[in-house]
Design a protein around this ligand. Structure first.
Ligand code: TGC
Ligand code: FAD
Length: 394
């Protein structure tokens, strides 16, 4: 069974940039992960099962919507606290972080930012506590990188109280277990709006996606809307257009940048420890120059990513982080983590492919992380557009 022997690596003394509260938050999430999740996560991933019992606990330790004000059940914390939490969750498993980032950044964030006061009061406390799980429906079978072309739509039901929702969403994290879905759909004028759909509404189903080799401990599914009658009061009133869902993605991508750092740190830590213990040709494999090259490059990339992410957190706290800066960090850090997982697995030799170590699971998980919330290439093009002023998408 995979156990948690993790040691933190802080080559540039980044801890000195954190407050005592930040360190307390990080360490308490780390302790929870070590006790409650690390001993079971490999089994759940092997069985492709979602550890549903952790949802309530994630709420209890404050991992759902930590930056949402306390009056709505959130933590009222800053962006670096949020990032540190995501780092600790993804150090264990990207699927665990996915559950939390969808709930906080993609479900609570839009309800808080674009919702009415009634919607905030009705949904946020239950989502914060983990009593309800939420999901976010943007991607469609035929529209992934280009969500602006979506076809899911709603029309007035003619009774003055409801709209009729039709369409389908695909690849939706948390969908099979979610009580609430924040769905992005076009209104009769063709403008994108957010609408809250609840489990149990007639015509709404959430088939599970089977056969994934990645994020196996995270539940993924579809959202199918067949003439679903949704109360008009469930429409998010304060945003129209693609900037609504993309604003949520800015929050989630920021969390992923921190999360990927966690996965990279865990892979580096595992590889470093193994390199000192494993003897071949009469010496530890860490003594060979080729192994040292791998490890030295890993800690260099981790340190660069730590600096990038911390600075982004400061800018985000000040309300100055741009979507393009967030894209750069998401892209860089996920790529850094996936490279470290691949190189680290090689340091472990054959043992690297087993569930005795976290490496292969991280490596497979990160194949999703490098694709969702905007692919590696989409983020490159966002940076390209930002620096040239020329749009490659149009
Ligand atoms: P474009 O014309 O560029 O923009 C439309 C409007 O949106 C504004 N905007 C943003 N606003 C806030 N945050 C951002 N990050 C923003 N990016 C753009 C933009 O200013 C504009 O506003 P306005 O007022 O002028 O209308 O849109 P486009 O159609 O050309 O598309 C641009 C593109 C390709 C970058 C974008 O669509 C994109 O990011 N595509 C990738 C799709 C994506 O990331 N999907 C993610 C689905 S959710 C998910 O994967 C969850 S996984 C969760 C988990 O398990 O952890
Ligand atoms: P496509 O858009 O078809 O892209 C295929 C390839 O074409 C990619 O390599 C892409 O980079 C490339 N490409 C596309 N356009 C361009 C271009 N203009 N220039 C150059 N290359 C281009 N979505 C949600 O809404 N909610 C969720 O909770 C959610 N969870 C997910 C969980 C998992 C496990 C996965 C795998 C996905 C999830 N997604 C979710 C969907 C995810 O956001 C999409 O998979 C992603 O945005 C890419 O869309 P696509 O898969 O349709 O690929």
């Amino acid at each position: 069974m995979y156990t948690d022997k993790f040691e933190y690596h802080d080559y540039y003394l980044m801890d000195e940039l954190l407050t005592d509260e930040h360190k307390l938050i990080r360490d308490s999430v780390r302790q929870w992960v070590k006790k409650e999740v690390s001993p079971i996560i490999e089994d759940y991933a092997q069985r492709a099962e979602f550890p549903q019992h952790l949802v309530k606990q994630l709420g209890e330790i404050g991992c759902f919507g930590p930056t949402i004000p306390t009056e709505y059940g959130g933590g009222g914390l800053d962006q670096i606290s949020y990032g540190l939490m995501m780092m600790e969750l993804e150090r264990c498993d990207s699927g665990l972080r996915s559950t939390a980032s969808v709930q906080g950044s993609l479900v609570m964030y839009p309800i808080y930012t674009y919702g009415s006061e009634e919607q905030r009061k009705k949904y946020l406390p239950k989502l914060a506590s983990g009593e309800w799980l939420g999901c976010f429906g943007l991607t469609e079978p035929s529209h992934g990188s280009d969500p602006g072309s979506m076809i899911t739509n709603f029309k007035d039901a003619g009774d003055g109280k409801h709209v009729i929702l039709n369409g389908a969403k695909m690849w939706i994290s948390n969908a099979p277990f979610a009580q609430v879905a924040v769905v992005w759909a076009k209104n009769e004028a063709g403008k994108i709006q957010g609408i809250i759909v609840e489990r149990g509404m007639e015509g709404f189903t959430t088939p599970t996606t089977h056969g994934k080799w990645s994020l196996r401990a995270s539940a993924t599914g579809e959202l199918v809307f067949d003439n679903v009658k949704v109360p008009k009061e469930n429409i998010l009133p304060n945003v129209q257009g693609l900037k609504g869902p993309l604003g949520c993605l800015s929050s989630a991508r920021y969390g992923i940048a921190w999360g990927a750092l966690g996965a990279g740190l865990d892979c580096y830590d595992t590889a470093l420890r193994y390199s000192k213990e494993r003897i071949q040709f009469g010496k530890p494999i860490g003594q060979f120059q080729l192994t040292q090259k791998k490890l030295a490059e890993m800690i260099t990339e981790i340190t660069k990513a730590q600096l990038l992410t911390w600075r982004l957190g400061v800018l985000k706290n000040e309300g100055r982080a741009t979507p393009a800066q967030i894209s750069m960090a998401k892209r860089n850090n996920v790529n850094m983590a996936i490279q470290i997982a691949r190189e680290g697995r090689q340091i472990l030799g054959g043992m690297g492919i087993t569930g005795e170590y976290s490496m292969m699971r991280h490596s497979m998980n990160l194949e999703s992380v490098i694709t969702y919330e905007g692919t590696h290439d989409i983020h490159l093009l966002i940076t390209g557009q930002d620096v040239t002023g020329l749009n490659a998408f149009k």
